[in-house]
Design a binder for this molecule. Structure first.
Ligand code: ZN
Length: 400
């Protein structure tokens, strides 16, 4: 037992020193509490609490009428730091400790003009200050504490709002990602169902043939495409369709795109609104009546347009960015060079179905593009693979 008693004091001292920098202030307040503690005015009753006896006459802690109101901060519990990090106004005159108990003066309502109180001030230790200064310091401390609490509440509200916004954004991103994934899976399922798989990460090109149908040329082109798994787009003149029904039906059966090139190949920029609409609609009607498929894209005869044309076709209008001029040269090697010399991923190549030289050129162009790794796709396939949504009244010349 004796042995353990001897250990008590060193341990407590060590604890006091170890608490924090604030423990020094606490230790100071303990000293005050156990020592001078508080000055009181005359008339202190013998044995009044822990107050120091033998005060100078005329000194008093409090003014009349304050009986029972603590003048100083409540006594610190042993071991409790006087102030915590981040508390405002350390050393700014804020009262951080200062034992005060009701004095005799307070209890008796005795006047206490000009009296001073000993208080503990952060950074200054135990100091004497007038009652007026002490109350001002208390009010300032209360004001600062209120301000600090208000700022802390504001910061907390801002933090919560930021967290909420971050959570909302993460949710939105997850929702968009899920939508994108669902769309991708649906596209993939559609491709697999049609037996056709287009890899958007590999290069592709859309070969287009205008002014048909023309069976003697179109069938040769389709024969070649079939060997390489390629598809093409045929922009057809409606009035020619009834004479080449088998060929047009083959286009659909083999996965090529049947498309509109007006009913009579009239230059639409020279037509009025009603005739433009008739040229487009009649061509769609005849292709649909023969194949069961209604075209969803068109090519303007000669590529010509004006604002009336744009406003009245009511279909996406597909131009081109590689012009072979095959109709002009009627020369296979020049057509081949026009394509192979400059073709790039996303290009739309313009050729014409009417000429044997164009079929000859296609016999070279198709194998070479396949050898270079190009996917030969229809215009609508390429737009979809490249993420374009084709819109009525708009012009498209490539999907690079
Ligand atoms: Zn044409």
């Amino acid at each position: 037992m004796r042995k353990s008693k001897k250990l008590v004091i060193p341990v407590m001292v060590a604890l006091c020193l170890a608490v924090s920098p604030a423990s020094a202030a606490w230790a100071e307040s303990v000293v005050v509490a156990g020592g001078v503690r508080q000055q009181t005015g005359p008339g202190v009753a013998p044995g009044a609490g822990e107050e120091e006896q033998g005060q100078t006459a005329g000194e008093s802690v409090a003014e009349p009428g304050e009986a029972g109101e603590p003048l100083l901060m409540p006594e610190q519990a042993p071991g409790e730091p006087v102030s915590e990090p981040g508390e405002p106004a350390a050393g700014s005159g804020e009262l951080i400790a200062g034992p005060k108990e009701p004095s005799q003066a307070e209890e008796t309502g005795q006047a206490s003009q000009g009296q001073e109180t000993q208080v503990l001030v952060a950074g200054q230790g135990s100091v004497w200050m007038s009652e007026e200064a002490r109350r001002a310091a208390e009010e300032e401390a209360a004001r600062q504490a209120e301000e600090a609490a208000r700022l802390a509440a504001e910061q907390e509200a801002a933090r919560l709002a930021a967290e909420e916004e971050a959570a909302r954004q993460a949710e939105e991103a997850a929702r968009l990602a899920a939508e994108e994934e669902a769309r991708r899976q649906a596209e993939e399922a559609a491709r697999l169902a049609s037996g056709r798989v287009i890899d958007p990460s590999r290069p592709m090109v859309a070969l287009t043939y205008d002014d048909g149908p023309q069976s003697s040329v179109g069938n040769r082109i389709m024969d070649c495409l079939a060997q390489y798994g390629g598809k093409a787009t045929f922009f057809m003149v409606g009035e020619r369709v009834p004479s080449h029904q088998a060929e047009v039906c083959r286009m659909v059966a083999e996965g090529h795109e049947v498309a509109n090139h007006s009913m009579n190949h009239k230059y639409l920029q020279k037509q009025g609104a009603a005739e433009i609409q008739a040229q487009v609609n009649r061509c769609n009607d005849v292709i649909e009546s023969v194949t069961g498929v209604r075209p969803t894209i068109m090519r303007l005869p000669g590529g010509g347009y004006n604002s009336t044309v744009l406003a009245n076709t009511h279909m996406p209008m597909i131009q081109w960015n590689i012009d072979t001029l095959d109709w002009k040269t009627r020369n296979a090697s020049q057509t081949v060079n026009a394509v192979l010399g400059k073709v790039k991923d996303g290009d739309i190549v313009l050729m014409h179905e009417l000429y044997g030289a164009t079929a000859d050129a296609s016999m070279e162009i198709i194998p070479e593009l396949a050898r270079r790794g190009y996917q030969l796709v229809t215009v609508s396939e390429m737009a979809a693979a490249k993420g374009y949504k084709l819109e009525p009244g708009k012009l498209y010349s490539s999907f690079r």
